[in-house]
Structure formats: C-alpha cells, structure tokens
Design a protein around this ligand. Structure first.
Ligand SMILES: NC(=O)c1ccc[n+]([C@@H]2O[C@H](COP(=O)([O-])OP(=O)(O)OC[C@H]3O[C@@H](n4cnc5c(N)ncnc54)[C@H](O)[C@@H]3O)[C@@H](O)[C@H]2O)c1
Length: 486
C-alpha cells in the first residue's frame, strides 16, 4: 500500500521503514475501514496545555495527513478533556491510556510517532521507550533537563536508528527566519559576538513561578525550560555549536521577602485559597477561565497538582535573574540575559559582524499583555547598520497565530508530507536539542559552582547538526568606506 511519504518528522526522516510497516499492520488489524486510511498514526503523552496545539493541528489543517489515535497522561481528568475536545472538533476521540500503560499503548496502537508534551524532566523516559520500541519521536523543548538524560537520549538514537524531532517553534517565526536569511546573506559579514537579552513580564513571566516550572528538578529552571528556545535560536542563527559557558543566577524577586515588601503578610500555598487574594495583584483565578478550570482546577482531584501556586513561596527553586556568556566553536561569543519580572516581555538581540551590525527586537507582550500580532509594525524591528554608512530598517516578515506565526509554519513542516524543502533547515533533531539544553544545564552548573563549564565535559558523541552555511570567519571582507573629515 502506498503511504504518503515526506518530511513529516524532519530531514532525517526514516519513518517510511519500520514505522510505516507497523502503522499499516495496525490499520489492517483495525479492519477494512482503517486499512484504507493512509494517514500517519500519532499518539501523545502529556496532554495538558501545549499538546492542544498538536491536537488542533491534527483535528484541523492536518487532519488529512495524520490522526491522533491515542493519548496518555497521569491524569484521567485531562484524558477525558481531550476526548471531549476531539468530539467538539468532529474528530474521533483518541484512545485514553494512563501513563503506566505507555508501553501497552505503543504495542496496541503501533504509531508512526509519539508526541511528547509532558513536563520537561519526564521527556527522556518517554523518548527512550519510544525509540527502543522502534517508534519515532516528536518532542517539545527542552529535549531534556540534565546532562545524564541527554547522554541517554543520544545513545538511544544511535542504538535504535529512529528519529527525534525537537519542536523549536521559535525558529519558524517569519521575522526570526528573516534574521537567519540576513545573516546567511553576509550583509553584516561574519558574526564575532551576539548581545541577546530576553525579558519576561509579570504576567507570563510570573506564571513560571506558579506552575511545575518553579521546581528545578522538573523544569531544569528557566535556563533549561525557557532559555533553551533562545540558545537554540543563537546556535541556529550562527550555524555553530557551543563549547563553553559561564553564568550567574539568583532569585531576588519571587521571594517571601518581596511579598512582604509589597505589603502582604507573606507567601501562601496557592491563589485559589489565598487569604490575601484581594491585595495580591499576582493572584490568578483559575475558576474564572473556562480553559484553565477544565484543564487544571477540575482535574486537581486526580493528582493534587495546583496550577496556581503562590509566586512568593520559599520552596521555589528556580532563578529569576540570569546572565550567561557562551563561547562558540567558530569563535563567536554570546552575551545573554534572562529575567522574569520585567515591564514588558520580548527581547533585543544584536549581531556584531565584520561588515556591520544587525539589531532585532520584538515586544511580545506589553505591560498589559497585548498580543504579538496586534501592531507588528511597532512591535518587531530589524535594522542593519553597516560598519560605516547609513542604517537601513528592514520591514519584518510576519505571520498570523501563536508564536508570531511560527507554530503554524512548524506544524506544516511536521505533518504535511508536501511541505516544501526548507533552505533554512529549521527542523531540529537530537543534536540541536542537546546543543541547546546543554547550554542551560551548563549555566545551572555555573550557578552552583561559580566555575565555567565546557560542553564536551557534559556528554560524549554529540555530533554537529546539519545547518546552513554561513559567512566564514576567514573570508575576505571589503575595507569599510573612507570616513569624511572636515
Ligand atoms: N514550544 C513552546 O512554545 C512551548 C510552550 C508551552 C509548553 N511547552 C512544553 O510543552 C511541555 C508541556 O508543557 P505544558 O505547558 O503543556 O504543561 P502542562 O502542565 O499544561 O501539561 C503537562 C501534562 O503532562 C501530564 N503529566 C505530568 N507528568 C506526567 C508523566 N510522568 N507522564 C505522563 N504525563 C504526565 C500532566 O498531567 C499534564 O496533562 C513542556 O515540555 C513545555 O516545556 C513548549
């Protein structure tokens, strides 16, 4: 039987072999109606907030390309919720499996790929079990949270011959892809250093201190959970690999002391039962938002997980203020900062090249949490400043939808077998996944020890990803224009 083939899980796609055969076998097992179904079979593990993007893709624009045949989670309430959402979308509800039955799900469903969207520290377990069962993986970022787990994943890919796709959606935002194109064009020459500063505000940024993300053992801290996006962007923008990391980090805002400085008695357990909810403007009302209520408040009775823990709790183990220096194999240095209590959310990045400077900035959320696409012309700026000469403002490429339009482009790249070949090579595998999370893991080690960390000391066998060619650090560059005096 012919199966639609293509770059469904990236450029090193090997799904067409064993996995295609197993999907066909499953379809035949399921009877004549399914045997005629040529769509790829996907299963998901961890069906909380982020998984909805994949569900909506497979129930909407990509329903002709794939089906979500099963969903797996520790929380039966969220499994029920997925089934309800599928029915509302007119799709067949995915078969529910509790997390203890993950391997059974693989055996019974014989999927082409597993979509991993659990909290970060659990990715490795499902990734490795899927690979060893001969199934490809699509995993959310960060690929994993520790060097030991990264090593286990790298080994499992080599052992199994299967494929991992790490869904770095930030690469796909049209204006960030445009930055890559500008850098590839050589307009600023080769890049000697990068200054990159990411700001999280007290709406979205504060949320990391309420959820599982506030526990470093589960999220790896913001250096891993959040900055993995940013480190990946730099690795990809430069087509380079990190070699050394130095960093400092602290938590000085989301603290019990800060609660008292704001006039509260101190931290409490959670917003829902908070005695000071009227005074605290960081209060989150789960009951007031139908989505949050259904996904988390109503599902608490199954696992006791509170989505609205107090942001001032003493037991929070992640930093809110982080500064990092990264050295790259090609010689470029990155100066990066992340802090989580800012007046607006977004970033500024500048590439200092041998022919000039590229400046790029994005306001993702203003102080009042506006949407990124409301006024792109004001929110997204890209500028080329030659070493000598007139600066040029570049009209940013933009798109519609979440993450600046990046999610839709990435989903097409993942699910659509007819997606065009990507000259920017935005599909990342375990090599890109590891390169990015290892910078964050190294930064966390620096926080603990005060010592720099070499990436090669963390894992072995990390190969270079295949990435677009960039202007070389030894290429000839034109002498800049003569300065006019007098
Ligand atoms: N690329 C992006 O822009 C982006 C955005 C948001 C989240 N994410 C990533 O998506 C993943 C999920 O984040 P989220 O915001 O959806 O979190 P979430 O808390 O909303 O959902 C996590 C789900 O996993 C389930 N779960 C917890 N432990 C599990 C286990 N051991 N086995 C199976 N299921 C388990 C939970 O019950 C929940 O349903 C994370 O890795 C996060 O980093 C990526």
């Amino acid at each position: 039987m012919d199966r639609p083939e293509g770059p469904a899980v990236g450029r090193r796609d090997v799904i067409g072999g064993l996995a295609a055969g197993t999907a066909l076998a499953a379809a035949l097992d399921a009877g004549p109606a399914l045997a005629a179904d040529k769509r790829k079979r996907y299963v998901a593990v961890g069906v909380g907030s982020r998984n909805r993007m994949y569900q909506q893709a497979l129930w909407g624009p990509h329903k002709a390309h794939g089906e979500l045949v099963a969903a797996c989670d520790t929380n039966p309430g969220r499994l029920d919720y997925v089934a309800q959402q599928a029915s509302k979308a007119g799709a067949r509800p995915p078969k529910p499996y509790l997390a203890v039955d993950f391997d059974k799900m693989l055996r019974e469903q014989k999927p082409d790929a597993v979509i991993v969207t659990t909290p970060d520290a659990f990715h490795n377990d499902y990734i490795i079990r899927a690979l060893d069962a001969g199934v490809d993986v699509i995993t959310e970022k960060p690929m994993t949270t520790t060097a030991e787990k990264a090593q286990l994943i790298l080994d499992a890919v080599k052992r199994s011959g299967r494929h991992i796709r790490v869904t770095f959606n930030y690469r796909y935002s049209p204006f960030r892809s445009q930055v890559k194109e500008l850098l590839m064009s050589g307009v600023i020459g080769d890049v000697l250093s990068v200054d990159f500063h990411w700001l999280l505000n007290t709406v979205h940024g504060a949320d990391y201190f309420r959820r599982w993300h506030s526990n470093k053992a589960i999220s790896g801290g913001l250096m891993v959970h959040k900055a993995t996006h940013h480190f990946d962007l730099v690795n990809w923008w430069l087509s380079d690999m990190p070699v050394s990391v130095n960093a400092t980090g602290k938590r000085e805002f989301y603290t019990p002391e800060m609660a008292r400085r704001f006039g509260l008695q101190g931290p409490h357990q959670r917003c829902h039962t908070c005695p000071e909810k009227d005074k605290c403007t960081f209060f989150l009302d789960l009951a007031a938002d139908p989505g949050l209520k259904a996904l988390y408040l109503d599902a608490e009775k199954y696992d006791g997980y509170f989505r609205d823990q107090c942001v001032w709790r003493p037991e929070i183990s992640i930093e809110d203020t982080m500064n990092v220096i990264v050295g790259y194999a090609g010689g470029t240095t990155l100066s990066y900062s992340l802090n989580a209590f800012n007046a607006w959310e977004g970033y500024t990045v500048a590439f200092n090249g041998t022919k000039g400077r590229l400046e790029h900035s994005v306001v993702e959320q203003g102080a009042t949490a506006g949407a990124i696409n409301e006024r792109d012309e004001d929110r997204i700026k890209t500028r080329i400043i030659p070493m000598r000469g007139e600066a040029q403002d570049i009209k940013p490429d933009t798109g519609a939808g979440s993450h600046g339009g990046g999610d839709a482009v990435m989903l097409a790249d993942i699910f659509d077998p007819n997606a065009p070949k990507d000259p920017l090579m935005r599909a990342a595998d375990e090599r890109g996944g590891a390169a990015s999370c290892l910078i964050g893991i190294a930064a966390d080690k620096c926080f603990e020890t005060g010592q720099p960390v070499r990436i090669e000391s963390l894992v072995t066998g990390l190969d270079w990803p295949t990435l677009p060619k960039m202007p070389g650090h030894k290429d000839r560059v034109p002498m800049p224009m003569r300065l006019q005096h007098g």
